[in-house]
Design a protein around this ligand. Structure first.
Ligand code: UD1
Ligand code: UDP
Length: 402
């Protein structure tokens, strides 16, 4: 059975890599990887770490691309390839425009769609934008739904997806994280990454963590709905934190989006204790996560990774489709209000018992075997559907009111 996997951005690549590897090792499954390259350099970083060579590369990225560009280029690029390859199933991951366009292309070609990381919801279609909308749309087009958590599963059930077409797998990000951490532990590469940060970024904080009350704060940010005022607020908050605590080092691998680079470099450039660095390869990024004091982010994936490393996360967004970390007590939503970001960061600096509570390692997102479970479904249920010529799973139409 041919399994055609499409992804285009850094987080999709990280989360699909374990699936690509598991399919590679499975008898009877023929994996084909197609990247849209919605991201170029940031995708290449991940492909290198996980040693993946795509069979197809649509090479769509342009500076300043918008949602129409990504959608139309991905769709038309996939038309001929899907026609030629004729896979039995297309796998997409998450909520990006690549994932949506690929599921639409598969649907137009009457090919089954499997959705990895299905069922995450805020139920506010503008937050996160456009990811919430994309995820709903993919959910409508998908035949097989791989839900990372019970909550994601119950969201899908509420929306009328029938139980037989949903599998609770855990999130493949945990598989990826365990893989990289395992590799680091086995090779003892911590010292190597410390040297890397010293030599390349003049950043000695990871090795000095804790000595003089100094703190390493890891920051990422890139959400579209925060462009403009939200981003200005985030940057002003970081500036205030750095100015009021000189022994704090803020490390910010800046996303390559010009809408992010602009305000970040303008407002934060030249601050002695703010390190604006290039996006990091996954391995050094995971290392930095394991050495930092806390994480300030608007990322989806980092909300899932940091709790299992035992790091408190302040999420600079109004809403999250990943409430499990908040409920577990390691993640807190702080929005993009400058005062709130500063206040909550200082509370974590100064309130030891709060810090202790938020840094308990918990893992609501899986056990590192999500890809294995997805492959089991492909080998058993999907293959069985194909053999029996069963009509592809449909929604319970009564719940849709039709
Ligand atoms: C995309 C996803 C978002 C995901 C994020 C992960 C959509 C609509 N957005 O947002 O859901 O959370 O990726 O990071 O699917 N760029 C480069 N090199 C790169 C990557 C990006 O130069 O390797 C620059 C380009 O100028 C590009 C711009 O960043 O035009 C924006 O990239 P795009 O994928 O459109 O948006 P993201 O904010 O990255
Ligand atoms: N990440 C990385 N290098 C960085 C920043 C993040 O490898 O410099 C990883 C991070 O560990 C996580 C993923 O990229 O797995 C998150 O990507 P991003 O925040 O861009 O997207 P989102 O998860 O919000 O869609």
């Amino acid at each position: 059975m041919k399994v055609f996997m499409v992804f285009g951005t850094r987080p999709e690549a990280i989360k699909m890599a374990p699936v690509v590897r598991a399919i590679d090792g499975a008898d009877g499954l023929d994996g084909v990887v197609c990247v849209t390259a919605q991201h170029r350099e940031m995708l290449a970083q991940v492909l290198k770490v996980f040693d993946i060579t795509p069979q197809y590369d649509l090479d769509i990225m342009t500076e300043g691309q918008d949602l129409f560009d990504i959608t139309t280029k991905s769709l038309s690029g996939l038309r001929n390839i899907l026609g030629m390859e004729e896979p039995e199933i297309v796998l997409v991951q998450g909520d990006t425009t690549t994932a949506f366009a690929a599921s639409l292309a598969a649907y137009y070609s009457k090919i089954a769609v499997g959705h990895v990381e299905a069922g995450l919801r805020t139920y506010d279609k503008l937050s996160p934008f456009p990811e919430e909308g994309m995820r709903h749309l993919i959910g409508v087009l998908a035949d097989y739904h791989f839900a990372p958590t019970k909550r994601a599963m119950s969201n899908l059930l509420k929306e009328g997806v029938s139980k037989e077409n949903i599998w609770l797998t855990g999130n493949t990000v945990v598989d990826a994280l365990f893989h990289v951490r395992g590799r680091q532990d086995a090779s003892g590469s911590g010292a190597e990454w410390e040297r890397y940060f010293e030599e390349k970024w003049n950043l000695s904080c990871p090795s000095r963590f804790g000595d003089d009350g100094g703190r390493l704060v890891l920051v990422t940010g890139h959400r579209r709905e925060s462009f403009g005022e939200g981003f200005e607020n985030i940057c002003m908050a970081l500036k205030e934190i750095a100015e009021r605590r000189r022994n704090v080092s803020i490390v910010y691998p800046v996303h390559l989006n010009p809408n992010v680079q602009g305000p970040v470099r303008r407002i934060l450039g030249g601050q002695p204790n703010i390190y604006l660095i290039d996006p990091l390869d996954y391995e050094p990024f995971v290392y930095l996560m394991s050495r930092c004091y806390l994480v300030l982010t608007d990322s989806g994936g980092i909300q899932e990774e940091a709790p299992s490393i035992g790091k408190p996360v302040l999420v600079m967004r109004q809403k999250t489709e990943r409430p499990e970390g908040v409920e577990a007590g390691t993640v807190k939503l702080v929005g993009t209000d400058k005062e709130k970001i500063v206040k909550e960061t200082f509370r974590l600096f100064d309130d030891a018992s709060l810090y202790e509570r938020m840094s308990t390692a918990v893992n609501p997102y899986g056990d590192g075997r999500a890809a294995e479970r997805i492959v089991e479904v492909l080998e058993e249920r999907v293959l069985e559907d194909l053999r029996s010529g069963a009509e592809r799973p449909a929604r319970d139409r009564t719940k849709l009111g039709v």
